[in-house]
Structure formats: C-alpha cells, structure tokens
Design a protein around this ligand. Structure first.
Ligand SMILES: *Cc1c(COP(=O)(O)O)cnc(C)c1O
Length: 382
C-alpha cells in the first residue's frame, strides 16, 4: 500500500518507546519521563500575551507571506546582530520556518538529486536522515565519538562519497550528545565545504540553552560561512515554544531561495499571530532565557552528581537539556529503567548506530522528579 519511499524509512524506535510508556502508564506506574526533548516550562507570559493580542486582529487571519512577515524577519536579523554580531539582510537572508524541523525536512528537496550523498552526523536528530531519504539521496553517516569529542572527523569521509555529496548537516550544541564545538571546528567546516562544493546546514536549535557562562556561537560568525551555508534556528527550545511552530533559516540568500521555492509549494507560511509572538520573544527582555538556563543548570547538576555517585560515568554538559551517559547496552538499560524503575530514557541507538552504548536523559522534569528518579535507580542498581 505504501510507497517505497515510506517503506525505506528506518523503523521508528521512538514510537515503540511511546507504546511501552503508554502500557506502563495504563498499568498504573508513576512514570518519570526523561525521554522527551520538550521543555516542561511554560512559554513566558509576555509572549503569550502578544499572541492573544495578535490573534484578535483580523489582519492576521489571512494567508501569511510565505517568506515570513517583514516585522518578524527584521526581528530575527536584529536578534542575530545583537546576539552573535552577525549582520543579516532581513529581506534576502532570513526565511520564516514552522520550526527548524520544517527547514531541515525540506532543504534536501532543493539540492539533492537521486543518488547524491548527504553527510549526516551519527548519532543525530533523525530528520537529517529521513529528509535525505525523501529526496532520494543517500546518507553518509559521520560517527560522533567520545574520542573525538563528538565532532565528525572530516578526513574520514571517503573521496568517492565527497565527489557526489551535496549537503552537510551538523548541529552544535548537539542533540543527543550535548557536545559543543569550538570555533576552530566551524572554520574547518567552512573550508571543507568550499573545497568540496557542499551546502552547509548548521542546526543551532540549542544555542541559547547553555551553562557555566558558555556562549554558543552561530555558524555565521565564521568568515566565509555565509558563502557556503545556512543556519536553522528556532524559538522552540529558547522560549519554550515547541508547540507554536516557529523558527528561521538564515544565511546564504541563494540557498534560502531554494528552500523557499520548495516550501512555497508545500505550505503557506507561519500564522501571522504566531510571528507577532515571535517578534515579542526576540525583541523583548531575554531574562526569561537566563532564568530557564538556571533551572536546567540546577537539574543538570543534581542529575550528573547523582549518576556519578551511583557509579555511572557522566560529564556535565555545557549546553542543551540533555545528559548523554555511556552504558554497556543501551536497549537493556532503557528497558530496565522503564520496567523496574518507571523511568523513561532514550536509548542512544535511536539516534543512529554510533549512539549505541549511550542513553540520553532529557532534564525536562523538576529537580524533585530527578531526585526521585535517582532514588529509584539506586534501588535497582546491581
Ligand atoms: C528540537 C530540535 C529541532 C527542531 O525543533 P523545532 O521545534 O522544529 O524548531 C531541530 N534540531 C534539533 C537538534 C532539535 O533537537
């Protein structure tokens, strides 16, 4: 019944975990869900108030401009200027997205011919792989290993793959490993893309979720980056707006025009009232972001210390709301945590082969729940 394209999709491990979780809940187990990469904190009030105002305006009830409202694109450009000292032309170098997933899911259609290669980090956000498959491209997986600080080794990519490679996806601060990348690596990517004629897509969804004074860069801060690539960004994680579906693609205008052409044939833009709320988020006080980071940082400290005290070997990440923990057998650990302790974590293999040997904790639950989870793990620890 289904197309080859659908049949070719890898089995969706997360759907299976959801089913197991639902079964446990039905049995009455008090599940502590540290699986989901979705903030538990509410969207800040001033952003909610902005959409309430905007939704009452009849002018916002029509089809939006597919590239985004001028005011939203201007707010994005100004935010990039303030936050990263990156200057963007709001008309040509900013495209509104329904979350960064929208950009990631559609960009291969604009650049990949059947059989072309797309370079994809492994483990990684699953959409890089599936969007490549939908465009009938081939993925070349770049392993992210602890030995190389979870950065891909560009020299390991075979020549014959590079010759047919079109797109390069990467993502720092990284989901699921929580690794960060030094600017030197971003520079290496710019040179590599130039030498090999690649379109670079940097996924910067977690740039604002950082700790211990660390500030994550934008790919576009690097000299020459705008000649080779774009950055996908999002309000989802920064302002607890995952349900609102708003983000942006920024950078090289020709690349953005390609993505825009695909999207103009697929969707009809982001609801203007949501974009007005986006303007409020980007131009308003950023104290809410600092407050959220302080919440995550406390949770991170409690979880990391607790796990290390229990004999696991975990390092405190500088960014993202994930903790990436090495284990012997990730499926076994995840199943044991769920069945014996009612705790959901994500087995690393769900993000790709090289994620095997890790589980991912999302610190999107309160300190009290994290402490309860640690206590339950202590009780089942061998
Ligand atoms: C959450 C996430 C996204 C997508 O978020 P949107 O809600 O679509 O903006 C993209 N990339 C990574 C790595 C993510 O974790």
């Amino acid at each position: 019944m289904y197309s080859q394209r659908l049949e070719n999709l890898p089995p969706y491990l997360f759907a299976r975990i959801d089913a197991m979780k639902a079964r446990k809940r039905k049995e009455g187990v008090d599940i502590i869900d540290l699986g989901v990469g979705d903030p538990d904190l509410p969207t800040p009030a001033h952003i909610v108030e902005a959409i309430v105002r905007a939704v009452k305006e009849p002018k916002n009830h029509h089809y939006p401009a597919y590239e985004g409202m001028a005011a939203y694109r201007k707010a994005v450009a100004e935010w990039y200027g303030k936050r990263f000292s990156v200057s963007l032309d709001a008309d040509r170098e900013v495209l509104a997205l329904m979350g960064s997933k929208d950009g990631i899911a559609h960009i291969p259609e604009a650049f990949v011919n059947p059989g072309d290669y797309v370079l994809v980090p492994d483990p990684g956000y699953p959409v890089y792989k599936t969007s490549t498959l939908f465009a009938e491209g081939k993925t070349h997986l770049m392993p992210l290993t602890a030995e190389n600080n979870f950065l891909p080794v560009l020299d390991d990519i075979p020549r014959d793959v590079l010759k047919k490679a079109k797109l390069f996806f990467f993502n720092y601060p990284n989901n699921p490993t929580a690794a960060i990348a030094p600017k030197a690596f971003f520079e290496e990517v710019v040179d590599f893309a130039r030498d090999n004629d690649l379109v670079v897509v940097h996924d910067n969804a977690y740039s604002e979720i950082t700790f211990d004074g660390y500030k994550a860069p934008s790919f576009l801060e690097i000299d020459g980056a705008k000649e080779v690539g774009v950055e996908m960004h999002s309000l989802s994680k920064t302002y607890n707006m995952t349900g609102w579906r708003i983000g942006m693609a920024v950078g090289n205008p020709e690349i953005l025009a390609g993505l825009g052409r695909v999207k103009s044939n697929v969707d009809s833009g982001v609801f203007d009232a949501v974009q007005e709320a986006g303007v409020a988020a980007l131009t308003g006080s950023q104290q809410c972001v600092a407050d959220a980071c302080a919440v995550y940082q406390e949770r991170r400290d409690v979880l990391v210390k607790g796990l290390n005290d229990l004999g696991f070997d975990v390092r405190a990440p500088k960014a993202t709301f994930y903790v990436w923990m090495p284990v012997e057998d990730c499926m076994k650990t995840a199943a044991q945590f769920l069945n014996e302790a009612g705790i959901v974590v994500t087995p690393g293999v769900g993000f790709g082969e090289s994620g095997d040997g890790y589980v991912r904790f999302a610190i999107t639950r309160s300190v009290e729940r994290i402490e309860e989870a640690l206590e339950r793990i202590r009780r089942i620890a061998p």
